[in-house]
Ligand binder design. Structure first.
Ligand SMILES: NC(=O)c1ccc[n+]([C@@H]2O[C@H](COP(=O)([O-])OP(=O)(O)OC[C@H]3O[C@@H](n4cnc5c(N)ncnc54)[C@H](O)[C@@H]3O)[C@@H](O)[C@H]2O)c1
Length: 426
């Protein structure tokens, strides 16, 4: 039972209509006037360019994902970039009934050809312009490295095509603003793949916050460890190794998108980097990062580790009345809540959480096992599926998509501030 009662939820957890203008210093100068916090600019069939789904009135169809309806009215999707992350998008999109990949382009034409063959995609191109000239697309997934997102995304938006862009939205907040402005101008939806923010555990914490179970959120702590197998140290020309801080833009959008979800935009961020490693081209990267942030609604801390230890992703959200602790890798979530019965409080807390952990562990095991045996749908364990399902269903349901260009901008602002206030202790 909550001991204190908080009237105000963080802005980022409010429905769009109840949100208030931000006080963040970093981004004060820029907010597109027509957009509320996290509100998308686009509705099906609105704005210039071709209608989102020909023949369908806005909101006239329900989300088709998993319903067994035909793919005839599915959104026609194109990919820009057929590199490392593209198969994950293709797999997750294959689980959505409402979307169909009809074309792929990559500057390396052979890559596009091989990808189209592997995923049974009808057309492959070597440039976005060629693809847009030949295809009638509803959505393009931008799967290039972030320094290459901007121009193809502009081309798509100007052709009236919605975009779903891999994180980070771009390499700088100024580019993110251009992108958000362009999406607004052409009335299209620019979404960012902040897929962790759509995970079931995060939804549960958001729900607990909305139900006033946590009280006012004071602090968020995230641990994000990308183990040795995750770091492509042989790709020395990858943008993440271009400068010592570039790695923040590659990995930390995951964590910053979670922090932003609970605390709003960054006001100040500082970073300490240590444990350097040298790449074969002589460039250095840093394995251990300790990042502290002051955000609009509270403080945050991020431990980011690259290329060492195990893969881990966990988040703790500390509220006035309770705290929530999610282990995203293992799919478990526990709460520590205040109790009016101090003598038994800790015992009850331990027993409740033990029960919760047991249930979650068994359910996770069964899902993994049943999916492997193909007895349950693969979307149950796919980490990109909830984000894509939300993106594709939002316009049809008349909802906003929380991780839009503004969210992308705010997350890049966290990265920029961390990079600007970075101290190396080697
Ligand atoms: N969400 C996640 O968990 C996750 C994981 C890994 C990577 N990513 C993100 O995915 C993005 C892509 O990363 P990657 O590792 O797949 O990169 P990659 O370098 O493997 O692939 C990018 C591809 O885009 C192509 N390309 C570049 N510019 C192009 C253009 N103008 N038109 C057509 N094709 C073009 C390149 O030729 C290349 O094949 C990055 O933003 C990265 O941060 C996200």
């Amino acid at each position: 039972m909550p001991v204190t009662f908080e009237r105000h939820l963080p802005d980022c957890l409010q429905p769009c209509s109840e949100r208030t203008p931000s006080k963040s210093r970093h981004c004060q100068s820029w907010r597109p006037p027509a957009l509320g916090w996290g509100c998308c600019s686009w509705k099906p069939g609105s704005g210039p360019g071709r209608r989102f789904v020909p023949g369908l009135e806005p909101g006239s169809t329900k989300f088709l994902g998993g319903s067994g309806e035909s793919k005839q009215s599915a959104y026609r999707v194109g990919f820009v970039g057929a590199g490392g992350i593209a198969p994950e998008h293709a797999d997750a999109l294959g689980m959505l009934e409402c979307a169909e990949i009809v074309s792929v382009c990559d500057l390396q034409e052979q890559r596009a050809q091989a990808f189209s063959k592997k995923f049974n995609i009808p057309h492959a191109y070597s440039s976005v312009q060629e693809m847009l000239a030949h295809e009638q697309l509803d959505v393009v997934h931008m799967l290039t490295q972030p320094q290459h997102h901007l121009n193809p995304a502009f081309a798509c938006l100007r052709a009236g095509v919605n975009v779903y862009i891999e994180k980070p939205l771009s390499r700088s907040t100024s580019d993110c603003r251009l992108l958000a402005d362009e999406a607004l101008k052409y009335g299209r939806l620019a979404g960012v793949n902040h897929h962790l923010t759509h995970s079931r555990l995060i939804d549960e914490i958001v729900q607990a916050t909305r139900n006033r179970r946590l009280g006012r959120i004071n602090h968020v702590s995230v641990a994000f460890c990308a183990g040795a197998g995750k770091l492509p140290t042989r790709e020395v020309n990858h943008f993440m190794f271009s400068t010592p801080s570039a790695i923040l833009f590659e990995y930390c959008p995951h964590s910053f998108s979670l922090i932003r979800r609970f605390l709003g935009r960054a006001i100040e961020v500082t970073a300490l980097a240590s444990d350097s490693k040298r790449l074969s081209n002589g460039n250095k990267y840093y394995c251990s990062w300790e990042i502290a942030a002051i955000a609009e609604r509270g403080t945050a801390q991020l431990y980011f580790s690259a290329g060492q230890g195990n893969d881990e992703i966990s988040i703790s959200v500390y509220g006035q009345d309770a705290s929530a602790h999610a282990d995203i890798k293992r799919g478990t979530l526990i709460f520590h809540e205040n109790s009016p019965y101090p003598i038994t409080a800790h015992l009850r807390d331990s027993l409740n959480n033990a029960k919760r952990l047991q249930k979650q562990g068994i359910s996770r095991f069964l899902n993994d096992y049943m999916v492997k045996l193909k007895l349950r749908p693969a979307r149950l364990t796919n980490s990109f599926y909830p984000a894509l399902a939300n993106y594709y269903s939002a316009p049809r349901a008349g909802n906003s998509f929380s991780e839009d260009a503004l969210a992308g901008h705010d997350v890049v602002a966290y990265c920029e501030l961390a990079a600007a206030n970075m101290k190396i202790v080697d």
